[in-house]
Design a protein around this ligand. Structure first.
Ligand code: AVJ
Length: 321
């Protein structure tokens, strides 16, 4: 992390505890109070997110996997042979493997992630499983311009891969800015991107209010992390997990609402909560197919194909750059 206070705080978290302290303090000073969801993903938060992906109510992960399983051959056909795949924020490699397995002679795989440890470990496993693939992890914040390894003669198209509806965490202006960056990076190639779709609000509500309470634990883990790393003193169990669908903005909002008056301290600054005071911790935007295609077109992509599950709950788009 740099010393300067960035004009646009990044959408990807560094491991630097002072970044967390500064952004958390700024977010608690603000009204409404807010914290970026990028801080959910410490080791505990990442494990909780993996658990969320297995929940019966949380359909996006299994639905997108099913779309990839069913249509990877189609996707590979549109992408063509000898492709170079750039993954933005490399998570579990399960999804990209479905794509790699379908592609004709994929040349290179460039996973970009801020967490070097995680990235190099999964790169080693991929190298072992795909000996012909040039695996080139880049440790970086993928929401910022990054230098990619130069392309070699014989390389096919450069294709971005951004699954999971991670784009849903960006507000519309941030999404536009990020997609514009990708359109530039992927010029001549394209982007395969997963988007969760607008649907029955009760289905959306249930996905973020699971019966087992895993999403609640994931949300509260932000405070657990602040207590551990910053000694903030949140009374974690006195915060309610409150998640709901906002149909006007077409997004799930997650909040943490204090049930009692309490005070916390971050870097020697005191923050007061009255009973009922809330911290806004996440937005998860949902899209219509037409709405997302229009957004993509605004920044220079051409929507060429889209694939769905039978219920039309999730969509994978192929956008040419
Ligand atoms: C990782 C941002 C796609 O918005 O569904 C899951 C995160 N938050 N449950 C999502 C999340 C609560 C997830 N994304």
């Amino acid at each position: 992390a740099s010393n300067a206070v960035p004009m646009f705080p990044s959408l990807v978290a560094d491991d630097d505890p002072s970044e967390f302290a500064q952004e958390l303090a700024a977010g608690l000073r603000a009204r409404p109070r807010q914290v970026s969801p990028k801080f959910f993903y410490d080791a505990t938060g990442s494990a909780l997110f993996d658990q969320i992906c297995e929940l019966p109510e949380y359909y996006p992960t299994r639905t997108e996997l099913a779309i990839l399983q069913e249509h990877a051959a189609d996707m590979a056909g549109l992408i063509g042979a000898n492709a170079e795949i750039i993954e933005y924020g490399a998570g579990a490699s399960r999804k990209v493997r479905l794509l790699l397995d379908a592609l004709e002679r994929p040349q290179r795989f460039v996973p970009i992630d801020i967490s070097g440890e995680h990235l190099h470990a999964s790169a080693a496993v991929l190298r072992a499983d795909y000996p012909a693939l040039d695996v080139r992890p880049v440790v970086a914040d993928f929401t910022r311009p990054v230098a990619l390894p130069p392309r070699l003669p014989g390389h096919g198209r450069r294709v971005g891969f951004f699954p999971g509806s991670s784009i849903g965490n960006f507000d519309p202006a941030e999404a536009r800015r990020f997609l514009r960056l990708l359109a530039g990076q992927l010029r001549g190639g394209g982007l395969l991107i997963g988007t969760d779709l607008v649907k029955d609000p009760l289905t959306l509500h249930a996905a973020y209010n699971d019966a087992a309470g895993v999403t609640a634990a994931f949300n509260r883990n932000l405070l657990v992390r602040a207590n551990r790393e910053l000694d903030a003193g949140f009374r974690v169990n006195d915060f309610a997990h409150y998640a709901f669908y906002n149909p006007q903005q077409q997004r799930i909002e997650m909040h943490l609402v204090s049930r009692c008056a309490q005070q916390v301290r971050i870097a020697d600054e005191r923050f007061d909560f009255a009973a009922g005071d809330a911290i806004h911790t996440e937005n998860s935007y949902k899209f219509t197919v037409e709405g997302f295609q229009a957004l993509a077109a605004e920044v220079g992509f051409r929507a060429r194909a889209s694939w769905f599950d039978a219920q039309r709950w999730f969509c994978m788009h192929w956008l040419e750059a």
